[in-house]
Design a protein around this ligand. Structure first.
Ligand SMILES: [Zn+2]
Length: 1001
């Protein structure tokens, strides 16, 4: 095997040095731009004179040409606009369009347009005009020609144009005094073996360009410092005047700079010319507040320009990160073909790549590595980003993950930059594996029922979320799997071959796959086709593990392997021995096989076996990958997560109940047994040693891995102070668009409460006179900021001593603008019952505090009502849990519930964050009210034959505090319903205070 590989790599080396530039049958057009650009800052306008020399290297004669006018997309009624309005693309960008682009419109006007051929044997001065007519539709200019451009012929395109620069929405535009100029000029559309790629600028989908040279001469106000793709060939970009002397402390240097730098006069102009050779796009950035730092990697100039206000984060670090990024890319993929690379600060969050220049909204190392990676994958290996976004986003996403994990460890980020990590409790908390997080994210999407094939034009994905999973995360994990099956050196060797062969050319899926197959000598269509053109899942499992001694100290292993999914991959099998050492070997009998037995022998007694031990594949369920799943026991810190792919996590937490009158102190322990999105089991036991009562809880949920997408099966049984219950529920969630409302959840379930410990149950608001069984069907919808809930419930025949049917409809909405928030809730409900009525726990409480909800909150079970404020008054009588009638002014008043109600709660509030103290404070004014009907005689508790109605209301003021302490979110609400209206009339009083750990609506 090794010799074969050596021969392969030797012949590949030979091949790559020998290959002559034209690859058989491959051609690409050549486009040389010469542009003169004037920036008029006062009107945010660019005027441009463009001359393009377009050489037709194709075998076809062209009767027309096309150009992109990308800025035109930022207009009302453009294709981009229409798609965003129709919910395509990313929601964060769609909002500008939904707000009708107020201030965010851009446009290119074309004034003169001509296409010409040189006269036979003469120069361009004697040109022959060949333009028939041109028209502009959306972002595409189409020019029909009188004479076809023959293969090998060069034409000259001249145009004058004006770009009205709008505020930045996506990639390019004006932002806080800065010009981030991407997709800013009339750009030739690519003509390739598929013909013209005259795609309009969709809501989702980036760019595709022809290679050539760009000479761009800028005339702009001198106060602007400018950076661009290319090298400066004439004039001064202004860098020297703003170069930071990093031998000083940054703040000290800025003070010196501020007191000495003379800002150029507004009438002064700067002219500077950039030349970018062998690129397919050209971008530039200009700002009056740029500072400059420069360095070198070998003979490559590395430039960094950042906003002065953000300098303390950018200084030194960004230059060092940029140099590290370019040296990593050269080492892993191949020599950088350009003389310079520039990192610029675009201020606005996000990042974007252009040849030789990136625009980054943060100083983050991961972002720099990602965008620099794009200069390779998009810039140098120039794919059509509209049709095959995965060919650049997937590649740079995976190389960034590999870089960060390689440099900082499996967690994949610089721990020293994360202040939280150095402090309690995160300091002692295990850090998740970066690759595992991406795998979980993709698994969740794959199981959602919304998965799509990776290979798809960006604008054809169902939504922005599907685009980001399919362009970024899924192909990134595909390449990690490729690295796993090839091994590091073959993987990087194959990537270098792909790079060498196709650098500065157009690439596509076939060219990439062929290059990998050429280098590795392996047929890999089975791998790429399944990943790129299907949504098949991968899930291998161990079916059996048999071991037998051979009598000579060696052991035979017979491993039954099954494929539960429908995607196949070779597996690395790790056998673990008694002494903890391991044996690793490959099972490669994977193709089109759902079951296999893998027989091998080892020289020690095996104790366990694991497939894919380094968790490199997107195997949906790791629990069946090993005969000895690792279990990690850890303290269950509220607010912190740890979710490994190959371990069960068992969280433990002590708890207690306290009730001074009956059980006294009852300490206990909770254990949570979890694995990813598939299972969670909670067990809890408390022992009251004075009364020798044992309280317990067992509950959890399961999600099937391969069937019933987004369906959860819940179960629970408990013996809590005063109440025993057994229940189960099936919950199914769906939405038309993944990750976006409307979201619907439908659940069906039941619970049975066989008997009550009456002294305690009464304290909890239960009617203890009989057993109770209830079945329910619940439908909840979230539609933007409106929530709807319809719940039907009914007593379960013999399992219940009461007989009733109940229908409840709840609607709520919230609206907020800046610091103001308004919330409204409406409930309408009715219970049909016989003469015995409905037990209080199933009726509608006036104030909320539904008995069942109260008992499910562990901290409300006992500790709270055990705490006496004064004689006969405990804290629980002031606790408000929202729900049912939700009239918070009636908490603790002992009002009997109702059998029918129509009630509302309204709240208007104003909030303020105090970031320094990590605190949010909110003041609210509220009003609750409603009509409540029951059949009891008001004075005698005798059931009447007709309904009595009561009109009840309250209003008041409240205060809410929100913070987190040691990562645990805390919310405290104090409401003062000083106005009360009941059947006795209206009253004012300040004794009606309530507290809560829950929001009121
Ligand atoms: Zn990217």
């Amino acid at each position: 095997m090794r010799t074969i590989r050596l021969i392969v790599s030797y012949s590949v080396c030979l091949f790559s040095t020998l290959y002559a530039d034209p690859i058989d049958g491959y051609w690409q057009q050549k486009v040389d731009y010469n542009m003169e650009i004037t920036l008029v800052d006062t009107s945010q306008q660019l005027t441009g004179f463009t001359t393009i020399k377009y050489t037709n290297n194709s075998p076809d004669s062209l009767d027309r040409i096309y150009m992109h006018l990308y800025p035109n997309a930022f207009q009302l009624e453009s294709v981009k606009y229409r798609e965003y309005i129709g919910n395509a693309g990313r929601a964060s960008r769609a909002k500008y369009f939904k707000d009708r682009l107020d201030g965010f419109t851009s446009k290119i006007d074309v004034h003169d347009f001509s296409v010409a051929l040189p006269k036979e044997g003469a120069s361009w001065i004697h040109k022959i005009q060949i333009l028939d007519e041109y028209k502009i539709d959306d972002t595409i200019l189409e020019a029909k020609l009188l004479k076809k451009i023959a293969p090998g012929q060069t034409v000259r395109v001249d145009l004058n144009w004006t770009h009205h620069v709008g505020e930045m929405v996506e990639r390019g535009g004006y932002y806080e005094g800065q010009y981030n100029m991407a997709q800013w000029y009339p750009k030739m559309v690519v003509y390739d073996e598929d013909g013209w790629n005259a795609d309009v600028f969709h809501a989702e989908g980036e760019f595709y360009g022809e290679f050539g040279n760009f000479q761009v001469k800028f005339d702009l106000p001198k106060a602007f410092i400018i950076a661009a793709s290319g090298v400066v060939t004439d004039g001064d970009p202004g860098w020297e005047s703003v170069t930071v002397d990093t031998s000083f402390d940054f703040d000290v240097w800025v003070d010196i700079y501020d007191s000495t730098y003379v800002k150029p006069d507004s009438s002064e102009r700067r002219t500077v010319t950039f030349l970018a050779e062998n690129v397919h796009d050209f971008a530039w950035v200009a700002s009056k507040d740029f500072l400059y730092e420069g360095g070198k990697h070998n003979d490559i100039d590395v430039h960094v320009l950042y906003d002065k206000g953000r300098g303390d984060k950018w200084t030194k670090d960004v230059l060092a990160r940029s140099i590290r990024a370019i040296s990593w890319l050269e080492e892993k993929f191949g020599k950088y073909p350009y003389p310079q690379v520039t990192t610029t600060d675009r201020i606005k969050s996000g990042g974007m790549e252009y040849p030789m220049l990136v625009m980054n909204g943060r100083e983050s190392e991961g972002l720099i590595v990602h965008e620099y990676g794009h200069i390779y994958f998009y810039g140098i290996l120039a794919n059509n980003e509209v049709d095959e976004a995965w060919l650049d986003e997937g590649f740079t996403t995976t190389q960034t993950t590999h870089y960060m994990m390689n440099r900082y460890g499996n967690h994949g980020f610089d721990l020293s930059l994360d202040e939280d990590r150095t402090e309690f409790p995160k300091k002692y908390w295990p850090i998740g594996n970066d690759l595992h997080s991406d795998q979980w994210r993709v698994i969740s999407f794959m199981r959602s029922g919304h998965d799509e094939n990776i290979s798809r034009a960006s604008y054809l994905y169902n939504n922005g979320y599907a685009y980001s999973r399919n362009a970024y995360t899924k192909p990134a994990l595909m390449l990690t799997e490729l690295k796993y099956i090839l091994g590091d050196s073959l993987y990087y060797g194959a990537m270098q071959h792909y790079y060498d062969k196709w650098k500065l050319k157009h690439v596509n899926e076939q060219r990439f796959v062929n290059a990998i197959e050429e280098y590795t000598g392996e047929e890999l269509d089975w791998f790429f086709d399944a990943w790129l053109h299907t949504t098949h899942h991968l899930d291998y499992g161990i079916k059996s593990f048999k071991k037998s001694s051979n009598g000579d100290g060696t052991w035979s292993v017979s491993l039954g392997i099954e494929s539960i999914g429908s995607r196949f991959i070779p597996l690395l099998i790790e056998t673990t021995f008694e002494d903890g050492t391991t044996d690793r070997r490959w099972w490669k009998n994977h193709l089109w096989r759902y079951e296999d037995t893998f027989n091998y022998s080892v020289d020690k007694k095996p104790v366990s076996v694991t497939i894919d031990p380094d968790v490199q594949t997107v195997d949906l369920d790791f629990r069946n990958n090993t005969t000895n799943m690792k279990k990690t026991l850890m303290f269950d810190w509220p607010g912190l997560w740890y979710n490994p792919r190959n371990e069960y996590v068992i969280g433990w937490m002590p708890n207690f109940y306290y009730h001074q009158e009956s059980s006294g102190f009852a300490p206990g322990l909770t254990l949570d047994f979890d694995y990813g999105p598939y299972e969670s089991t909670t067990t809890r036991a408390n022992y009251a040693y004075e009364t020798q009562d044992l309280y317990w809880y067992l509950g959890g949920w399961r999600q099937p891995v391969h069937f019933f997408p987004r369906t959860t099966f819940h179960y629970w049984a408990y013996n809590r102070p005063g109440v025993k219950e057994l229940g189960g529920e099936v919950e199914k969630q769906w939405n038309r668009v993944y990750g976006r409302t409307p979201t619907h959840t439908i659940s069906a379930g039941f619970y049975v409460q066989p008997e009550y410990d009456s002294t305690r149950a009464v304290k909890l608001g239960y009617d203890p006179n009989g057993k109770l069984g209830v079945g329910y069907l619940d439908w909840s919808s979230e539609i933007g900021s409106v929530d709807m809930n319809v719940n039907g419930a009914s007593s379960l025949g013999n399992l219940s001593d009461w007989n009733f049917t109940r229908l409840t409809v709840i609607g709520s909405l919230s609206a907020s603008k800046k610091m103001f928030r308004f919330k409204q809730r409406i409930i309408v409900g009715k219970i049909w019952t016989d003469a015995k009525g409905v037990p209080s726990q199933e009726g509608y409480n006036i104030e909320g505090n539904s008995s069942n909800d109260m008992v499910r909150k562990n901290y409300l079970v006992d500790q709270f009502y055990g705490f006496e404020l004064q004689e006969g008054e405990s804290l629980i009588s002031h606790y408000h849990m929202p729900g049912e009638g939700n009239l918070r002014g009636f908490v603790g008043k002992g009002e009997r519930g109702a059998e029918a109600l129509a009630a509302f709660s309204s709240e208007a509030s104003i909030s303020r964050s105090i970031k320094k103290l990590n605190f949010n404070i909110e003041f609210a004014a509220f009003a609750d009210g409603g009509l409540f009907w029951d059949r009891l005689d008001e004075t005698s508790n005798v059931i009447g034959s007709t309904f009595n109605s009561r009109t009840l209301a309250d209003a008041g003021l409240g205060l809410r505090l929100k913070t987190d302490i040691f990562e645990k979110d805390l919310y405290l609400r104090i409401d003062l319903p000083f106005f009360i209206h009941d059947i006795e009339g209206s009253s004012f009083g300040k004794e009606n205070w309530v507290i809560s750990f829950q929001r009121s609506i």
